[in-house]
Design a protein around this ligand. Structure first.
Ligand SMILES: C[S@@+](CC[C@H](N)C(=O)[O-])C[C@H]1O[C@@H](n2cnc3c(N)ncnc32)[C@H](O)[C@@H]1O
Length: 380
């Protein structure tokens, strides 16, 4: 099993290298209009933006910044296959331009454009990131009628091109079953408010650390990829930044294409490929351990579960989880021009029981007893 990952350093407003109807999922986060750190980036792409900001016309700058993004959303619509999704992480902006303080509702402006170009809009996810700083309140303090609520959430817009995707052949159905989520993951991942992913908690090794705070967390990209695509699909991120989507696609056994206008990000993206095998295998292992902890707890509380996952010989709640298979990574091969191939194991991986026990209970002296056998936890 192999996946391929392409990184294109170019402007995503014109993606002519990517054929129409060739992409299965878009996961992305654009530069946020009217957030100051992106003023220069937008102005570079349309110098009228700088002029509008300089003369204090916030609404005109906002309109022009969105016109830059609109061109990318049109390309996203073109390259997506029928029945496929785009997941767009976007935050609104609050800003004072001259004396006018207001909210620039980026999410609403983008949804509106996506509807106009033909996407169907689905329920979005509200990603709640708590800012625990004492100065998070803005405006007139304790005095009424002049304070603003704190902006602590972002959106993940979910849209689909065309009607529902179909899985017709036996191979497609089998691949879909292997790509399923665990029941307890479904309950959290498909809820419309995410509070468990922190904006800064990347959990990545140093060499994979983010260059800019604008990177979204690995968990966010990984979840979306696993919720809205199946193994072997092609995932596109037209605003790749530090390469989080590429890394999450590698871990998820999906192919990917990442597009980034700023070539200096090459220095952030390439180290990811050096560490991704160990990082991904640890990540997949932790995912299985969380499932293992969940079923142990559930069995203790409510008794035996009816179904067993065939690959891990592990109890699962529903029949749909019986074939889940997380493919471990074997190696990454770099080709010229920022193309990377990843090879995977096609059998369940065997991990060391002692390490599993420690990770699971968080206490090196304590060992858990196994109420049932797990392939993944078999001692060597
Ligand atoms: C919010 S960041 C994306 C962060 C990314 N999700 C990550 O985890 O690192 C937006 C990125 O879009 C890039 N960008 C802005 N305009 C672009 C364009 N027209 N085409 C391609 N990339 C662009 C910026 O350089 C920036 O790296």
């Amino acid at each position: 099993m192999k996946t391929t990952h392409n990184i294109l350093f170019q402007d995503a407003r014109d993606l002519k290298e990517i054929p129409s109807e060739s992409v299965d999922l878009v996961v992305t986060s654009p530069p946020y209009p009217m957030i100051e750190m992106w003023d220069e980036m937008f102005s570079h792409q349309n110098p009228e933006i700088q002029k509008a900001l300089a003369c204090g016309d916030g609404k005109q700058a906002y309109t022009l910044m969105h016109e830059v993004l609109d061109a990318v959303w049109s390309e996203v619509f073109r390259v997506l296959k029928e029945g496929r999704f785009a997941c767009i992480n976007i935050g609104d902006a609050t800003r004072k331009v001259r004396d006018d303080f207001c909210l620039y509702p980026n999410h609403a402006r983008i949804v509106n454009y996506l509807l106009n170009i033909g996407f169907s809009v689905l329920p979005d996810i509200l990603w709640r990131k708590q800012a625990n700083t004492p100065n998070k309140f803005m405006g007139s303090g304790m005095l009424p009628a002049g304070a603003y609520v704190t902006l602590e959430h972002e959106y993940i817009l979910i849209v689909r091109k065309g009607s529902k995707r179909e899985f017709k052949t036996e191979n497609e159905k089998e691949n879909r079953r292997e790509s399923a989520l665990f029941w307890e993951e479904r309950n959290i991942w498909y809820s419309d408010v995410w509070t468990d992913i922190k904006g800064t908690d990347q959990k990545l090794p140093n060499a994979m650390s983010r260059l800019r705070s604008a990177a979204f967390p690995f968990d966010l990209a990984y979840r979306l990829i696993n919720m809205y695509s199946v193994k072997g699909d092609v995932v596109l991120d037209p605003f790749l930044g530090t390469g989080t989507t590429t890394a999450a696609a590698m871990t998820s056994a999906r192919n990917s294409i990442g597009v980034e206008i700023d070539e200096s990000f090459e220095h952030a993206i390439c180290p990811v490929t050096h560490h991704i095998v160990d990082f991904s295998n640890d990540y997949l292992y932790s995912r299985l351990l969380r499932h293992y902890a969940f079923v142990q707890n559930r069995i203790q509380k409510s008794g035996a579960l009816k179904y067993t996952n065939r690959h891990y010989d592990c109890p699962v709640v529903t029949s749909q989880e019986q074939f889940i298979l997380l493919n471990g990574l074997k190696e990454v091969q770099a080709h010229g021009d920022n193309v990377f191939d990843v090879t995977y194991t096609t059998k369940p991986q065997t991990w060391n029981l002692e390490h599993a026990s420690e990770t699971l209970v968080g206490n090196k002296t304590k060992r858990h007893t196994k109420p049932f056998q797990l392939n993944m936890l078999d001692a060597k």
